[in-house]
Design a binder for this molecule. Structure first.
Ligand code: NDP
Ligand code: 2IT
Length: 457
């Protein structure tokens, strides 16, 4: 497979990008999600490389695609019956050009090096777009938290941190949550870090509990930010979310708070899902019930339909067949395929914003772009979470804590700033309305300029 630069790319830039991508495939074999994430970025960089040949001369792309450091480690732990398990832990410290490595930890049986590298690579540009002083990294484990007791989760987190702690620090590397890692896990990880280092180093992890260094709005921030970004996209077309029908996938942290903000802005959210299937609720999702099932009970969305007569549960992956004006994929990578995009377009979708990381396949992105649907890539639309993590770090550094209203306003400002810089960058580089081009180039320029200034590192 080749990286085919888009039509705005001058021929000289084709000659740079294609061999680079071939080399990345050769050196990172089998890492298909990483290849996909790199290809999507490289395909859009042609116009900036043509205007800034110093980036090519300094081999910025080769350097940016190679993590600064990759850590893989054994995580042994014992379950409640005393049986011993061995999982694999990862931390990929991708880029520290703009600040300490920053990015979440994912606990899911599918986690492997290629997935952590795709997430870390995306995180570099996302974090740059926020305008906050944070580099890019990601980590996690192939540990499956489903069905595990609190005590088992705690022992796993303690074992994971016993190895990882030596690589972390508030000025070095600052993890947070992602799939399978929420407030409970961050608590156990923080406790073990503190115990091993004998330091109350609040800024070493984000997503902490509100009583011990956490920040208001961090829990809500990714979902809220995604909907704020969607509202900005619609506003630029003279439209709004008020009265709109929205389809959301997922029912975890990002999905729940995307639903909450969409409802606050007057929309009706008619779906949510998990890996078993999806729920359709024409009256609008009852968020209190969903939170009770998912946040308090750690249950399944099928229970939602059992408890709410207006709703129905459909097993499988067909959530995108439900007609909607706006689609917000908030579950996981490659969950929205070409056939789903065609169905959404047929049903009149106007905007799609990625709450999850890379949920839309490249073929599906092309369907939306060709149909003129406003499409926001995750590195722009879901940046509210990590941006609020950076606000948490600010509060930790100044030993302060801000109100909900103040922090939410800061988040809204950041999402407006990200929207506007993607919008104007896309225009400037000859692809008006293309938020993928805008996000990739705007993020890349910030990191590339910092790398040039910092010498050959
Ligand atoms: P959670 O663990 O809270 O929720 C994940 C949701 O996605 C669950 O509903 C889960 O269903 C579903 N899901 C996960 N894996 C799969 C799969 N392989 N197939 C189908 N469904 C799946 O995670 P988050 O809400 O935090 O994360 C969701 C997405 O958002 C991820 O892509 C993450 O990288 C991204 N993200 C998260 C941020 C954050 O701050 N948390 C910030 C920015 C992006 P089930 O329970 O059945 O597994
Ligand atoms: O994908 C992401 O941006 C996250 N999981 C949040 C990272 C963070 O450090 O808050």
């Amino acid at each position: 497979m080749t990286a085919t630069p888009d039509s705005a790319t001058p021929p000289a830039a084709h000659r740079v990008i294609e061999p680079l991508y071939a080399e990345i495939l050769r050196r990172n074999q089998g890492e298909k999600e990483f290849h996909q994430a790199v290809r999507e970025v490289l395909e859009t960089l042609g116009p900036v490389l043509a205007q800034r040949p110093e980036f090519v001369d300094a081999r910025i792309i080769e350097r940016i695609c190679e993590p600064e450091r990759q850590l893989i480690f054994r995580v042994p732990w014992s379950d409640d019956s005393g049986d011993i398990h061995v999982n694999r832990g990862f931390r990929v410290e991708f880029s520290s050009s703009l600040g300490p490595y920053k990015g979440g930890l994912r606990f899911h049986p599918s986690v492997n090096l290629g997935i952590v590298k795709f997430l870390g690579f995306e995180q570099i540009f996302k974090n740059a777009l926020t305008g906050m002083p944070i580099g890019g990294g990601k980590g996690g484990s192939d540990f499956d938290p489903k069905g595990r007791s609190d005590a088992e989760i705690m022992r796993f987190c303690q074992s994971f941190m016993t190895e990882l702690h030596r690589h972390l620090g508030e000025y070095t590397d600052v993890p947070a949550g992602d799939i399978g890692v929420g407030g409970r896990e961050i608590g156990y990880l923080f406790g073990q870090y503190k115990r091993i280092t004998n330091r109350y180093e609040s800024g070493v992890l984000t997503g902490k509990g509100l009583g011990w260094g956490g920040a208001l709005v961090r829990t809500e921030a990714t979902g809220y930010g995604c909907v704020m970004f969607t509202a900005e996209m619609l506003r630029s077309q003279g439209d709004s979310l008020d009265g709109r029908r929205i389809a959301v996938s997922g029912s975890g942290n990002v999905a729940i708070y995307a639903i909450e903000k969409a409802q606050q802005l007057g929309a009706t959210v008619v779906t949510c899902s998990d890996s078993d299937g999806y729920v359709v609720d024409e009256k609008g999702i009852d968020l209190a019930l969903l939170k009770e099932i998912k946040e308090a009970g750690r249950g399944r969305v099928s229970e939602y339909a059992e408890r709410r007569p207006e709703a129905r549960f459909v097993p499988g992956t067909g959530v995108w067949s439900v007609p909607c004006d706006v689609a917000l994929p908030c579950a996981t990578q490659n969950e929205l395929h070409e056939a789903d995009a065609l169905a959404l377009v047929r049903n009149g979708v106007k905007a799609v914003a990625e709450g999850a990381n890379m949920p839309t396949t490249p073929e599906a992105v092309r369907v939306f772009q060709e149909a003129g649907v406003a499409f926001a890539p995750g590195k722009a639309a879901n940046a509210g979470g990590v941006a609020t993590s950076a606000l948490e770090m600010q509060q930790n550094a100044s030993r302060d804590s801000w109100t909900f209203a103040h922090t939410e306003e800061r988040l809204a400002e950041i999402m407006r700033h990200i929207h506007d810089s993607c919008y104007t960058t896309a225009e400037r580089y000859g692809s008006p309305g293309n938020y993928v081009v805008g996000a990739n180039i705007a993020g890349f320029e910030l990191v590339a300029d910092a790398m040039l200034a910092q010498g050959l590192i």
